[in-house]
Design a protein around this ligand. Structure first.
Ligand code: NI
Length: 216
């Protein structure tokens, strides 16, 4: 099967699988990660086929919804690509990217080392900030039973994945625990540039939020 056809089949598969998902990990998230990754790759290089597959499949099954098991997603992606007879090397690169991509706490180092992985991770992180990022964060907060805000609970910088996984802090705290940190964690120059404006937008959103809520 041609690469182009494999991408189309992968997109169809993910669209079916994630459509209607309501925690911010839906098809349209996969879609914008795919498009962002494509754009970054035009500027930064990397193997586009690997980048496209990994970005489409990256949220096939998220550890945050598998009791912390981060190997279910990559395994499903691997099985899917094997059915399409994708070459072994590409499958193993995609597997590693999906396993290592997600944010696991402010002080937990990312294991991503390849240019393809860096690009997909950046694309995913761009969709976690700015207007889309704000919308997704509140959707995720609702899906996981968090309060919108509660000034009596202060944000924490998580030192370990365990702390990050187990936290139930209000969604506004998530801005300080993750979203506002992402700008400086971007791997590529292209993503850093895009992140600047989205970061500013979030700061303005928080200002307005505090003004309206009378907290600060
Ligand atoms: Ni994602």
């Amino acid at each position: 099967m041609e690469k182009k056809e494999i991408i189309i089949q992968t997109a169809d598969y993910i669209k079916n699988k994630l459509s209607g998902e309501s925690s911010g990990h839906d098809w349209w998230h996969a879609y914008s990660v795919w498009k962002n990754a494509n754009y970054i790759s035009q500027k930064e290089g990397g193997d586009l086929f690997t980048i496209e597959l990994a970005s489409l499949l990256h949220d096939i099954s998220d550890w945050k919804f598998n009791n912390g098991n981060d190997l279910i997603g990559p395994k499903l992606a691997k099985e899917f690509l094997e059915k399409l007879s994708v070459e072994k090397n590409t499958i193993s690169n995609v597997y590693n990217i999906i396993r290592d991509i997600s944010f696991k706490g402010a002080k937990v180092d990312s294991k991503i080392k390849t240019i393809e992985g860096m690009i997909v991770q950046d694309a995913d992180r761009l969709d976690a900030i700015g207007a889309i990022g704000i919308a997704r964060t509140f959707a995720y907060g609702g899906a996981t039973g968090r309060e919108i805000y509660n000034p009596e609970i202060k944000p924490q910088i998580h030192e370990t994945l365990e702390q990050y996984k187990n936290n139930k802090s209000p969604t506004i705290n998530h801005f300080y625990e993750k979203l506002l940190l992402l700008k400086d964690l971007m791997n590529t120059k292209t993503a850093k540039e895009i992140a600047e404006q989205r970061h500013e937008f979030m700061l303005n959103f928080l200002d307005q939020f505090y003004k309206e809520s009378k907290i600060k």
